[in-house]
Structure formats: C-alpha cells, structure tokens
Design a protein around this ligand. Structure first.
Ligand SMILES: *Cc1c(COP(=O)(O)O)cnc(C)c1O
Length: 481
C-alpha cells in the first residue's frame, strides 16, 4: 500500500456527518454532559461538522496517521468541547476575589435581589414605561423615579440618563454650550475609560476656563474669571486621584454663594455620589448627594452603579428650572435610559428609604460594611475546604490585606481585609493566576509578594463553595473517561 493509498484510506474512514449525529444521540454513545444535552440539533450539527473538518485538515496536513483517531468515541471529546464553546455566553459570571468592591472591569455593582426581581417583572412583558395609567395618555419615563430622587436627595427635580458621563455631557451642553465654564485646574481629571473633563467639555460645546493652580485654587480665582460669557461654575470630584500636601479647594457652599451673587448656576459632578454617609463604614467622609444639594449646588450629577450600588445610570438632581431645561435638550433623547435600568434603579432607590435596609440589601454597601473578622472567618472556611487536598501542591495561608473601594470613589482608601495567599509548587504564581482565570466560572485574584491573593471581601457566602471547587478542579482536574 502506497502512502497515497493510506492517505485516501484515512479520508474514507472519516465518519459520515449524519451517521455520527445519530450515533451521538443514540444508545451506543456515552451520555453527553448535562451542559451539552440542551444543545439544539443545529448546534450539534455544527460541532460535528467542525470536528470532522478539523480531522480532514489534519489528515491532509499529515498530522493524523492513525485511523483509530477517527472512531466516533475518539471524536466525542472534541465534539463536546466545541459544543461547550458554542453554548458558553461571552458575558459570564466571574468570581471577584480581587477585593476591589466597585470593579469597573468586572461590572461595578452587583444588583440587589429587589432590582433583579424588578427587571424580571417588567422585562418580559409590557409596562407603563411611557404611559400614564391615570389619564390614559402619554407618560414620561423620567417621572417613574423623579419623586424618589427628590425625596432621597432633597432636590426639587431630577432626571436619569445612561451613565454619569452622559449626565455631565448633557448638563454642560444644556447650561453652557457656546459659553464659558469655570473649573479649578486641580479638577481637570481623567476618570478611567477615557472620560476627561476637558474633552467632555469640548464635546458639549462649552468653553473651559481654567483657574487656580494644580494644588491650590481659591474663591478669588473663580471670582476673577467671571465675565459676560460665563455660564456655569463647575466643581468636579477628583475621584481617582488625590493631591496631598500644600493644597486647597473651594468648598461647594462657598462656590454656590459666589454663583448666587453673580446669578450663575453651580454644578457639582460628584462621581460616585453616595446616599449614605461613607464614614459609617470606616471610610473617609465623602459628601453625600443630599449634602451637595443642601450646600446650594444648582445641579449635581452622579453614577448609579458606583457607591449607590444600583444599575449603570447617570443621575442628575437639582433646581426645577434647570432640570426642565435639561429634559428639553434633544441630546437627552440619545442618552436616555432603558426600561431594565429604570426598573432596577427604582427598586434600588426604594431601598434607600430605610438606610439600614439599603445597607443590608445592597451587595456593594454590604461588602463595604463587612469587618475584617467576618471576612477572616470566610477565609478560614475556604482554607479548611482546600486544606489537605492541596497539601504538597500549594501552600495556603490566611493573611491580612487591604481591599479597595474602587470605582473612582475613595480610590486609595484601603479597607482592612483578609485573603487566602496561594503559593503553588511546581508552577509559577502567574500560571496559577491565569489558570484560575480560565475556569468556569473564572476566578480573578491579584498577585502580591509572589503569591496569588484571594481577598474574601468581594466573595459572598454563596460563592465560597464554587470558589473552592474551582481551585480544587484546577489542581486536580477530573479524569475524562
Ligand atoms: C466615575 C465618574 C464619572 C463617569 O461616570 P460613569 O457612570 O462611569 O459614566 C464622571 N465623573 C466622575 C467624577 C466620576 O468619578
């Protein structure tokens, strides 16, 4: 038999697509994994076709020379893998063991059950999104949360858009397009993901007038810059960076008084915008939204998914005439919030009517409020679960560490926490890190001092078992037979 005959023989030995499909669902084949049983015939066909095409190519390339590799049972693992890849969603649940509570790359705030239920209630049916049930006429989607926003912030009126970047853009565009906005040089910040105050300002059509120095700006600097083209005084929360040493900033109340004297509105971009006093979690004092409003700001913008702990949204509260103007800006239509977000936001805001309830129910606040001892107990439980099974393969110890609030708010502020430090034998810490990251569900930790740290502040009680199971699976993968 010539090499060519052998080659042709192999190509002929490739099973027929339909036969293989029948075999796959028939009695002879080992049962499919549970996760693959739900695959439709169309997907199964695609996995089989792609597997066969890959084998054909391998024969042509001279990489496959043994006909045994073409038996249905030998093809099964690859078909299974392809089906799994086809069915796995791109956006997936991740175990966040980084200790960063508001982690933008990992989806910021996990929603409370109340918000998830609200999405389920209205997402799959019709709703009164823009329908006034009293009059039978057209309603406004904004009215669904405006009352709550006013109640919780003390403002006269409120509006919600897609995110805080949109809130800032829309507010600047409404109040200051073609005119000047005065901002301190110390507040011309870039917030991750390319949100830069000077650039947003440019897009809004407003002209930036910088005053003061990077580290110090005084009230007289703002006052000297006020002229006939001035439209707005803006204060920006510097969120993700801090100037320390010889510094001074003008308090919002002083800026508001200056604005009032000159008949100019004053805006504060609060960024995170908490509705509760963060000092009760042992964090630095951050002005709450209510305090910003009470200080005399004409308009305040903040995010829905940072310290608020709700869905992605940009919240705008302030004086009635300003909010009315913003609502009429055509740009508003392009930035509008959708029904799922509104449902989740309303449910989140309702929780804040009772602050204790909000802290108990909102995962973001609950994680911030946990003390080190409570987190340490979880770390110890996880260590016990992994304990003996990993002996010799990975050194495990419970260590003190610092979690981060994240999300631009209080960025440098550490929260005393406990983590499991993993030091694997026979592989690098980097390999362990990337291996855990590729699991289902992926486990994301952080490398520190030649160890992989799993900070238990951001891992819930319910996630502890899947976390342990994932680590054990990584070190001792189940045999595939
Ligand atoms: C986070 C932040 C923004 C952007 O908010 P998004 O909700 O992410 O769009 C704007 N300004 C400040 C001060 C921030 O901290």
């Amino acid at each position: 038999m010539t090499a060519n005959d052998h080659h042709q023989g192999l190509l002929r030995a490739i099973p027929k697509m339909d036969e293989l499909l029948d075999w796959l669902t028939g009695e002879a084949a080992p049962p499919l994994a549970d996760s693959l049983k739900r695959a439709s015939r169309v997907l199964r066909k695609r996995a089989v076709r792609d597997t066969l095409a890959a084998r054909r190519q391998a024969i042509v390339d001279g990489l496959l020379t043994d006909a045994a590799a073409l038996a249905p049972a030998a093809l099964l693992p690859e078909i299974g893998q392809r089906l799994e890849d086809l069915m796995r969603p791109n956006l997936r649940h991740v175990l966040n063991a980084t200790g960063v509570v508001i982690h933008t790359n990992l989806g910021r705030s996990p929603l409370p059950a109340e918000a998830l239920e609200a999405i389920l209630r209205v997402g799959g049916t019709y709703s009164n999104l823009e329908f006034d049930l009293d009059t039978g006429g057209r309603g406004s989607r904004y009215s669904l949360v405006e009352g709550l926003l006013c109640e919780l912030s003390g403002a006269e009126a409120g509006l919600v858009v897609n995110n805080n970047a949109a809130a800032v853009l829309l507010t600047l565009s409404t109040l200051a397009a073609g005119r000047e906005v005065i901002v301190s040089r110390g507040q011309l910040v870039e917030i991750g993901g390319s949100f830069r105050i000077p650039e947003v300002m440019e897009r809004s059509g407003a002209r930036l007038v910088e005053v003061g120095a990077t580290n110090r700006t005084h009230l007289r600097d703002y006052e000297a810059a006020i002229g006939e083209h001035t439209a707005l005084l803006l204060k920006v929360h510097t969120s993700n960076y801090r100037i320390i040493g010889f510094t001074s900033e003008v308090a919002l109340a002083d800026l508001a008084a200056l604005g009032a004297r000159h008949g100019l509105p004053v805006m504060e971009d609060l960024g995170s915008g908490s509705l509760v006093d963060t000092s009760r979690f042992g964090l630095a004092k951050e002005p709450t939204v209510r305090e910003a409003v009470a200080s005399g700001a004409s308009v305040v913008t903040f995010s829905g998914d940072k310290l608020l702990g709700g869905p992605q949204a940009g919240l705008i509260v302030g004086r009635r005439e300003i909010i009315d103007q913003i609502k009429k800006n055509p740009l508003n239509r392009a930035l509008r919030i959708d029904k799922f977000t509104l449902a989740a936001l309303e449910a989140t805001l309702r929780l804040y009517r009772d602050e204790e309830l909000a802290i108990a129910a909102l995962p973001t606040l609950r994680m911030l409020a946990q003390d080190q001892r409570e987190i340490g107990q979880r770390a110890a439980r996880l260590k016990r679960r992994l304990g003996k099974q990993l002996s010799g393969r990975c050194r495990i110890e419970v260590v003190d560490t610092e979690s981060r609030v994240g999300g631009g708010a209080l960025p440098e502020q550490g929260l005393p926490s406990r983590a499991l430090a993993l030091r694997p034998a026979g592989m690098s810490v980097g390999e362990l890190e990337s291996g855990l990251r590729r699991l289902t569900p992926p486990i994301v930790g952080r490398i520190e001092d030649e160890a992989l740290l799993l900070d238990l502040r951001t891992v819930s009680d319910q996630e502890l078992l899947p976390l342990a199971a994932g680590i054990l699976r990584f070190f001792a993968p189940p045999r595939r037979d």
